[in-house]
Ligand binder design. Structure first.
Ligand code: ADP
Length: 650
């Protein structure tokens, strides 16, 4: 039998190094991680046996066993779960395949402070590898259900691991930890002590659905032996070992919520989510009537690293009468609620329901509708009654919630009430739309917004000028998802949403509007020819040149048609692979009251074919692109013009 030595991938090695040297104080949670993995493996074996009966005989009980050898200082966690074949061991244990490892490493590199590092590792959760906090060597022996051969993996967490084929009597996995010396100050207790193990299991893994067993050594009085006179002979008490179950196995959602402590809920959440922090909030639901089920949902405190991945790992756990059917059931909630973790236990579904059946099932559809509404209602209440907590949630998951406004038209109204935006009203605090409505000025008819790449560019955009002059609030929409939001949401509370960067602007009372119109038609007479000339010069990129009613201090800006797309959306679409967009021509607006435009007009009137005009057309275009935060199509050409201008002024 050969032993192969493999090197861990660089990322895994780095992470291991951090785990081993991290100052994570709560080292006992390694046991929760290993028990959770064992419990998942047992779930999988039971699940696969539903379709292939040979994988689990009826008389085999699915269990987790903790074995200790105090003299050798080892603790072994056995399970008779699904096990792993050689390739699976390499893929699952030899590498940290988890999404987000790289991001984690980057974050860690930025954070020298040990507490912050421990917190980051906590957010990430290192599962199996957490065992290296308490062990300096780990041996894993595993045999996949359906296979005859077993695999032995061993590592001291030092950059390499070994693999060899071996034998194992039964299907399942045993993980032996060669424990570090007891060091109570650093959280390394005697993990070979029955009472220590019992306490840890009770605390972190009590609800695990399978029995977690260990041997308890008990002293029993010596058997009574009587002497000739019929008197008992005093004898030494005897030691016996007895296998006991450490966990109660009661599913937490079947208990009366009043009897369940916060910590117990937190432990359960950590068990199902593999998150190391406590949840921010929970929602316990119970439906009775035509369909009967319970749900226990959690809102995480922090966003997982893979939240925005193309294929994030999400979905609730689906149980049927307390039996786990699907680990990640994505059908139970829409994807814009993918940050919600938890379980649903149904009394009505068949036990052998398959993933395909779940997609079609009427009960599941009903549950999804109901759960979605309940979660959104819960969020609305939280926003009202525990606003600070809600804002924390918003910080982590707001962008995901916004996706719902276009993805789920049925809930659009509810969702709109949950959103927060940056706005010109307050540079620090975000605002919701109700707050905006309350602050609307008299005569203001629409909800104004501007989309853009960053807060800085949006805040400083010339498009805001007339609105600021009137004291009208403008929402700053700078998340990419905002562009999709404004494509599908047109109003809130009877007020239309309007981009300040699109279409024409008419502000103020009827009288003011009339006045502005008259003024504009006067100005058009003055600037008409100049505008035609500029239009000709910029024909490739500009579809119209007109006078602006939205500018007060800037000389020019570019605007889109009422229904055109914003430059920000255009940029985003171009970034997405394969988006081959034709150039969107926009409208160049001139501020007739600006000195620069007035002087340009003077120059043009004196000499309509002045070659300088050509350069100024390009300069004005570049100016307006930079002002809104867009890229210049030809920065070098623009710079040449500016350079020339600078020289002239000297
Ligand atoms: P996580 O559990 O968060 O996915 P881990 O590092 O704890 O990450 O485990 C990695 C993978 O190794 C698991 O997803 C599982 O596929 C496999 N694994 C771990 N422990 C066991 C076990 N006892 N039995 C079978 N597979 C296991």
């Amino acid at each position: 039998m050969t032993t192969e030595t493999h090197a861990f991938r660089a990322e895994t090695r780095q992470l291991l190094d951090i785990v081993i040297h991290s100052l994570y104080s709560n080292k006992e949670i390694f046991l929760r991680e290993l028990v959770s993995n064992a419990s998942d493996a047992l779930d999988r074996r039971r699940f696969e046996a539903l379709t292939d009966g040979s994988l689990l005989t009826e008389d085999e009980e699915l269990t987790i066993r903790l074995d200790v050898d105090p003299a050798a200082r080892t603790l072994t966690i056995h399970d008779n779960g699904i096990g792993m074949d050689r390739d699976e061991v390499v893929a699952n244990i030899g590498t940290i395949a988890k999404s987000g490892t790289r991001e984690l490493m980057e974050e860690l590199a930025k954070n020298p402070d040990s507490e912050a590092r421990a917190e980051l590792i906590g957010r990430f959760g290192v599962g199996f590898y957490s065992a290296f906090m308490v062990a300096d060597r780990i041996v894993l022996v595993t045999r996949r259900a359906g296979s005859e051969v077993a695999t032995r993996w061993e590592s001291s967490g030092d950059g390499t691991f070994t693999l060899e084929a071996t034998d194992r009597d039964a299907v399942g996995t045993s993980i032996t930890l060669h424990l570090k010396p007891v060091d109570a100050e650093n959280g390394i207790e005697d993990f070979t002590d029955f009472y220590v193990l019992r306490r840890i299991v009770k605390k972190h893994s009590d609800f695990v659905a399978y029995p977690i067993r260990a041997d308890e050594e008990k002293e029993v009085p010596a058997p009574e032996i009587l002497d000739d006179a019929g008197q008992p002979i005093p004898g030494e008490p005897q030691k016996v070992t007895e296998e006991v179950t450490l966990n109660s196995q009661v599913p937490i959602w079947t208990r009366n919520p009043d009897d369940v402590k916060d910590e117990e809920y937190a432990e359960f959440y950590q068990h199902i989510s593999h998150d190391w922090s406590a949840p921010l909030d929970r929602i316990a639901l119970r439906a009775e009537g035509r369909i009967e089920y319970r749900a226990l949902l959690f809102l995480p405190e922090r966003a997982p690293f893979d939240l925005y991945y193309r294929e994030p790992n999400w979905g609730l756990r689906l149980y049927v009468r307390r039996v786990l059917i699907l680990e990640n059931c994505e059908e139970l909630l829409p994807s814009y609620l993918r940050f919600v973790r938890g379980i649903v236990d149904s009394a009505d579904l068949p036990l052998n329901i398959s993933r395909e059946m779940v997609q079609q099932d009427r009960h599941i559809h009903q549950m999804r509708k109901w759960l979605t509404r309940k979660v959104l209602d819960h969020l609305a209440t939280m926003k009202k009654e525990e606003n600070e907590k809600y804002r924390q949630l918003w910080k982590e998951f707001g962008r995901v919630l916004k996706e719902g406004t276009s993805a789920d038209p049925d809930q659009q109204k509810r969702l709109m009430g949950l959103l927060y935006f940056a706005s010109s009203h307050d540079s620090e605090e975000l605002t919701d739309l109700d707050g905006y409505l309350e602050r609307m000025k008299e005569g203001q008819e629409e909800i104004y917004y501007l989309t853009g790449e960053s807060l800085t560019t949006v805040k400083n955009s010339p498009h805001l000028e007339a609105f600021q002059a009137k004291g009208y609030e403008v929402l700053y929409l700078t998340d990419p998802v905002d562009e999709i939001l404004v494509q599908s949401v047109f109003e809130y509370g009877d007020k239309k949403l309007k981009s300040v960067g699109k279409g024409e602007v008419e502000l103020g009372t009827e009288e003011e509007k009339k006045e502005a119109e008259m003024e504009l038609s006067e100005q058009s007479k003055t600037f008409g020819d100049l505008m035609t000339r500029l239009q000709k010069l910029l024909d490739d990129t500009v579809k119209e040149v007109r006078l602006s009613t939205r500018l007060t201090t800037s000389p020019v800006c570019l605007v889109a048609d009422e229904h055109g797309i914003s430059p920000n959306l255009e940029r985003l679409l171009r970034q997405t692979e394969g988006a081959d967009l034709p150039i969107q021509k926009r409208i160049l607006e001139l501020n007739p009251k600006h000195e620069l435009i007035e002087k340009l007009q003077g120059r043009f009137a004196a000499d309509p074919v002045d070659p300088l005009l050509e350069e100024y057309a390009q300069l004005l275009l570049g100016y307006s692109l930079l002002a809104e935060g867009s890229d210049l199509p030809d920065p070098a050409a623009y710079n040449r013009l500016v350079g020339k201008l600078m020289l002239q002024a000297l």
